[in-house]
Design a protein around this ligand. Structure first.
Ligand SMILES: [Zn+2]
Ligand SMILES: [Zn+2]
Length: 182
C-alpha cells in the first residue's frame, strides 16, 4: 500500500489530501508507479493553498503595529468558510494597539477573532493561519473542535504548535506552494 498526497506535501495528512493505493494502481495523470514516493503532478493551486492565501489577504486588514495575522476556518470538507479573523482591537474601539509595550498591545488575536464566530458544533474544522498560534490560541483551537491547523510562518515561540500536537491536532507548516501560480 502506497500513500499519495494530492498536493505533494507528505506532512499534509488531512483525509482529503491522502490517496491510498495498491502498488500498480493507475492514478489520474500518472503512469504505473513503481515507487512509493512518486508524486501526482500538481497542476493547479490546492484548496489548502487557496485558503492560506485568503488568510494572507485578511492579515493585510490588521491594524496591529506588532504583527499582522489572518485566519480562515473551514468545515471538515473544505467546502465552506465558517469564520474569518485578523488581529486588532474590539469593535468600536480605536483601530490601533492599546500600548506599544511588547506583549501588551491589547489586540484580539486573529485566531480568537475567528473562533468566537466559528460554530462550535461543527467537528474537525480546519484552520488556516498566517503565523503559528500562541499557547492560549492553541488551547482555544483544541477546544473549538479544530482537527487540522495549517500555518505559513513559524512564530518565534513554537510552544503553541507543541500544544496542538499534544492534543492530537495536526499542525502543518505549509509553504510548498507559496510562490507558485502568482
Ligand atoms: Zn496590536
Ligand atoms: Zn494567540
Amino acid at each position: 500500500m502506497a500513500l499519495t498526497f494530492k498536493d505533494g506535501v507528505p506532512e499534509n495528512v488531512h483525509p482529503l489530501n491522502v490517496v491510498k493505493r495498491m502498488k500498480g494502481d493507475l492514478v489520474e495523470n500518472e503512469m504505473n508507479s513503481t515507487s512509493d514516493t512518486e508524486e501526482i503532478p500538481v497542476g493547479r493551486p490546492p484548496l489548502f493553498e487557496v485558503y492560506m492565501r485568503m488568510a494572507e489577504e485578511l492579515a493585510k486588514r490588521s491594524t496591529c503595529a506588532r504583527l499582522q495575522v489572518g485566519t480562515v476556518i473551514t468545515d471538515s470538507r473544505l467546502e465552506h468558510v465558517v469564520a474569518i479573523g485578523y488581529n486588532g482591537n474590539a469593535r468600536g474601539f480605536p483601530n490601533r494597539c492599546d500600548s506599544d509595550q511588547a506583549g501588551k498591545c491589547g489586540c484580539i488575536h486573529s485566531e480568537m477573532n475567528a473562533l468566537v464566530k466559528s460554530p462550535g458544533h461543527l467537528r474537525d474544522k480546519v484552520a488556516f493561519i498566517t503565523a503559528s498560534p500562541c499557547t492560549m490560541c492553541a488551547k482555544l483551537i483544541i477546544q473549538a473542535n479544530i482537527s487540522h491547523v495549517f500555518f505559513r510562518e513559524l512564530y518565534r515561540d513554537s510552544t503553541g504548535v507543541a500544544i496542538l500536537e499534544s492534543a492530537g491536532v495536526v499542525a502543518v507548516h505549509y509553504t510548498r506552494w507559496m510562490d507558485a501560480w502568482r
